[in-house]
Design a protein around this ligand. Structure first.
Ligand code: NAP
Length: 285
């Protein structure tokens, strides 16, 4: 990879938009692709080029990041008719930052290698605010030399990037921490509900949690969302429900993991597009 690599970015959702903006602001030449073209406009206005397909994007970039919903999206973007692997180019570094299964990473890593590319799984912990401020935690699996090459770019996206070993290990670490996220989210929601049922003010409960040893960035942001009754998705509940399904498929079936898995699957049909903390509406019903 050259000193100032050309960057390609696929997936301009809640996370991909601020993350790609940061690389553009850091001075990297950037080309973006999003399935729904309207989401490319803000990046184009800020100076990014756009590509008509993942294959076209691969031609114009040395390193390609993906930040999309799920395994299905990754399969289509890599192996679809106009996918990354349909490009004639070779020698690209393909960095999948989406939360997906370890299995799809192993499959795409092997296909990438057959086409002369290198694949890294590099999902993130943190949400939109951390994406905007470059404070994500990045968990990577795959070739260590490739990880070192992409470190300078990770430095603009996160406060920490860890190499965890083989392909899929980034995904495994991400499923582990998002299981904890499910436990926190349900626990926080139940705490506020209990307080409400006993006539305690949400503002007071928030002050108590924030100032206790249990207060953290998550409890601060989600407590504020509960107080404002604002459940617009920063991290959509359906995405956490997906992550908990992936974790269970990997064998995470301890008591709390099972409980949150069940809660979020049940909440998803009605509340999937709202934020994770909208689980409070499911629990109070
Ligand atoms: P999002 O806002 O729902 O955006 C999803 C992106 O994936 C969009 O660009 C969407 O394209 C694209 N996509 C979905 N299916 C596709 C397909 N079949 N083909 C091509 N593109 C497809 O999601 P997000 O919140 O940015 O999350 C992205 C990933 O990061 C997920 O894996 C999520 O679990 C993970 N994550 C999210 C957060 C968070 O707080 N939001 C935090 C950490 C990790 P369209 O615009 O065309 O729909």
């Amino acid at each position: 990879m050259t000193a100032q690599p050309r960057v390609g970015w696929i997936g301009l959702g809640n996370m991909g938009t601020p993350m790609s903006h940061r690389l553009l602001a850091a001075g990297y030449p950037l080309t973006v692709y999003n399935r729904s073209k309207d989401k490319e406009e803000a990046l184009r206005a800020a100076g990014a080029a756009t590509a008509d397909s993942p294959a076209a994007l691969a031609q114009q970039a040395d390193v390609v990041f993906l930040m999309v919903s799920d395994d299905q999206a990754i399969r289509e973007l890599f192996a679809g008719p106009d996918g990354l692997l349909a490009a004639a180019a070779r020698g690209k570094l393909l960095v999948n930052m989406s939360t997906v299964s370890p299995g799809i990473s192993e499959e795409m890593a092997s296909l990438s290698q057959e086409h002369g590319h290198t694949y890294l799984d590099a999902p993130v912990s943190g949400s939109v605010k951390q994406a905007e401020t470059g404070q994500l935690v990045i968990m990577a699996g795959g070739d260590e030399a490739a990880f070192q090459q992409v470190q300078p770019l990770f430095g603009h996206l996160g406060k920490l990037a860890l190499h965890l070993g083989a392909t899929g290990n980034g995904n495994r670490a991400k499923l582990a921490i998002n299981s904890l996220l499910g436990v926190y989210a349900q626990g926080l929601a139940e705490t506020f509900l209990f307080a409400r049922q006993h006539g305690l003010r949400a503002e007071d409960m928030q002050t108590i949690v924030t100032n206790s040893a249990l207060g953290n960035v998550f409890s601060k942001l989600k407590g504020e969302a509960i107080m404002a009754d604002n459940y617009q998705a920063a991290f959509a509940l359906k995405l956490l429900a997906k992550d908990l399904r992936l974790a269970q498929a990997e064998g995470l079936n301890t008591p709390l993991a099972q409980t949150v898995h069940q809660t979020f699957q049940q909440a998803e049909p009605a509340l999937g597009d709202e934020d994770v903390i909208a689980v409070i509406k499911h629990l109070q019903a």
